[in-house]
Design a protein around this ligand. Structure first.
Ligand code: NIG
Ligand code: FE
Length: 392
């Protein structure tokens, strides 16, 4: 199958480049007036010129689809009951301390059947795919006991088996202390869940932050998961938590959030295989500082951006809005933001061999826009519909 009459083919990256760091984050290959050939669902080749084919792109832009490396879209009900409290000035921590927040979602999820949970979650998966997301990571973490955590991991597996998008699964038992457990007993329980979770999940995550799990808890949990599940850590959302350092020490694939970071975190990440991942949607929704993406890039690191789609801190899976916030609030150039939501976020899920750029051999998971669009306009005029077709 050939897509022809492509106004701009954006995101061309040579084979073997699995992430973009430092100055490279601001660069990508672009061809004008191009065609692209797909064979067996993969990109076969591409070039410039007026070759005719099967799909007329009508002068639109063709880019790799969005890769969303951090979501919590398997949840039950919603947290709209907390929205007024939030508007009236209660912080995320205060809502959690009143038994709301993650525990509120856990209560709802424990009362919801597996089929119903799948049904509710699929609505969000389809919403994300409609907005151009072709690969997503989904976390557990609203079960907070062995049965309900495994229920979540089974639902994630069922989503993976039903949709064309790539789905990666993360065991986030250590998201909050489950009801009825002491802190220590719950950390022990999470460690006890690891062998079963490893049959279902690809990754393990810990909410290493003030009021949730300590560096010591995180270290114990990651030590127990060694060789079974690769870490991806929630770190530095509410405080400078030490989560980045413990994540890097355990070879985390990514450390995520990073709303609060000092130069020590940047130093710790240098030379590591860990992708710093920022979630501007939660900065927006919770009124937190935006991550220092520009400083990370200046230090020679790469940065990924993801949606964090969840009911408490980021009720949106719109990766174009994420990209726009990367530009507007974090001062990334459109190309830096684009690499952050494609190649680098694919890296943060361990799938950048197959996703995240226009490269022969990679999956043909692509976004075709209306005529006249480019990356700058996509981020600048961020709410005008521009996606004509998601190819997957
Ligand atoms: O990434 N910070 C921890 N976990 C989620 C929020 C989960 C929730 O509030 O339901 C986050 O922001
Ligand atoms: Fe999160």
């Amino acid at each position: 199958m050939i897509i022809y009459n492509i106004g701009l083919l954006v995101g061309i990256v040579p084979e073997g480049v699995l992430r973009k760091e430092g100055k490279e984050q601001g660069k990508t290959g672009i061809l004008e007036n191009a065609w692209l050939r797909i064979e067996d669902g993969r990109i076969a080749d591409f070039g410039s010129g007026s070759l005719k084919g099967d799909i007329d792109a009508c002068g639109g832009m063709l880019i790799p689809g969005f890769c969303d490396s951090h979501t919590h879209i398997v949840y039950a009900g919603s947290r709209d009951s907390e929205f007024l409290d939030k508007i009236n000035g209660l912080s995320y921590e205060e809502i959690a301390a009143r038994g709301g927040g993650i525990l509120n979602s856990a209560d709802l999820l424990n009362r919801t059947s597996e089929d119903e949970l799948l049904r509710q979650s699929m609505v969000r998966v389809k919403e994300m795919m409609g907005k151009g997301t072709v690969a997503m990571e989904i976390k557990s973490g609203y079960g907070l006991n062995p049965d309900a955590e495994m229920k979540m991991l089974r639902v994630i597996r069922r989503i993976r088996e039903t949709v064309p998008a790539a789905v990666k699964s993360t065991f986030l038992g250590a998201h909050a202390i489950g009801r009825g457990y002491s802190h220590k007993a719950y950390v022990d329980a999470v460690i006890g869940m690891i062998p079963e979770a490893a049959k279902w999940a690809d990754f393990i995550d810990v909410f290493c932050d003030e009021g949730f799990f300590t560096v010591e808890d995180t270290d114990r949990i990651l030590t127990a998961a060694k060789g079974l599940l690769t870490p991806k850590i929630h770190a530095n959302e509410l405080a400078v938590s030490g989560g980045v350092q413990v994540g890097v020490r355990h070879g985390a694939l990514s450390v995520d959030h990073l709303e609060r970071t000092t130069d020590a975190e940047i130093e710790a990440l240098k030379g590591s295989a860990t992708m710093p991942t920022m979630l501007p949607g939660s900065s927006f929704f919770l009124g937190l500082p935006y991550g220092r993406a520009k400083d990370f890039i200046k230090a020679g690191l790469g940065v990924a951006l993801a949606s964090d789609y969840n009911p408490g801190s980021s009720p949106s899976g719109d990766m174009r809005f994420v990209m726009a916030q990367g530009c507007i609030k974090m001062r990334l150039t459109p190309i830096e933001a684009f690499n952050a939501v494609t190649l680098n976020s694919a890296y943060a899920m361990g799938i950048s061999k197959d996703y995240g750029s226009i490269t022969p051999g990679k999956k043909a998971a692509l976004i075709l826009t209306e005529p006249g669009w480019d990356l700058t306009r996509m981020a600048y005029q961020y709410q005008t519909p521009c996606i004509r077709k998601v190819i997957q």
